[in-house]
Design a protein around this ligand. Sequence first.
Ligand code: ZN
Length: 259
Amino acid sequence: MKSPACRPSQPRLAAALLLLLLGLATAGPAAAEPAGQIRTLLITGGHGFEEAAFYHVFQTNTDLIFAHTSHAKTNGGTPLATAFDQPGLLNHEVVVLYDMPRDLTDSQKAGFRSLFDHGVGLVVLHHALVSYQNWPEYERIIGGRYPEADGKGGVVTDAVGYQHDVEVPVVIVARDHPITAGLTDFTIHDEIYWGIRTAPNLTVLATTTHPKSGKPLAWCRTEGRSRIVYLQFGHDHQAYENPNYQRLLAQSIRWAAHR
Ligand SMILES: [Zn+2]
């Protein structure tokens, strides 16, 4: 039973309401965000893609507070990794890379490294395996590389290459991992790479029985305080619209966010 003395008087109620409203008005964006959503920054630039269909995957994921930025092009038309210079980079819980710059400055390298000091998660997608061919640290951090045969990315050889519009049988390897939870083996219409290099100490999530495809297709690791995931999937809308791809991506972001 409540004591009448605990009931606030009308003036005290009004004052409390005023304080509450003032608090809401002065609070930063974090306080106004719906609870539980993951502050996620998508970085693109340096490789074309079906933009509307790709953004749709993020915009319809209600788990996310979704922001997007693109690396700026230099005078020569080549993008540098300018997104890593942005002061707000560390305000995100997860950074998703669907970019493919060729090079980056020392300050951009420092911005990239700062993610791992602050525990920001990193989800690396598809052609971002090709970025920074001349920076070995990137390969070490993300756990692999597509090594360009000609240094320009366009040449396909028996040793290293890619092929579009392939039916790729996907085999889930890590069946008890949060990223693959609820998923069983599936087929996806997508691009394949071959001749990729991967580090020996990765947690492999998915591979394929396709004889030509580079293996594995998905893995994760940790770097500093951060969790890192690579998903090879995702060339165009035929992959983006695959519910298994959407689930893998969503669960990768959630895991990278330490959720
Ligand atoms: Zn592609």
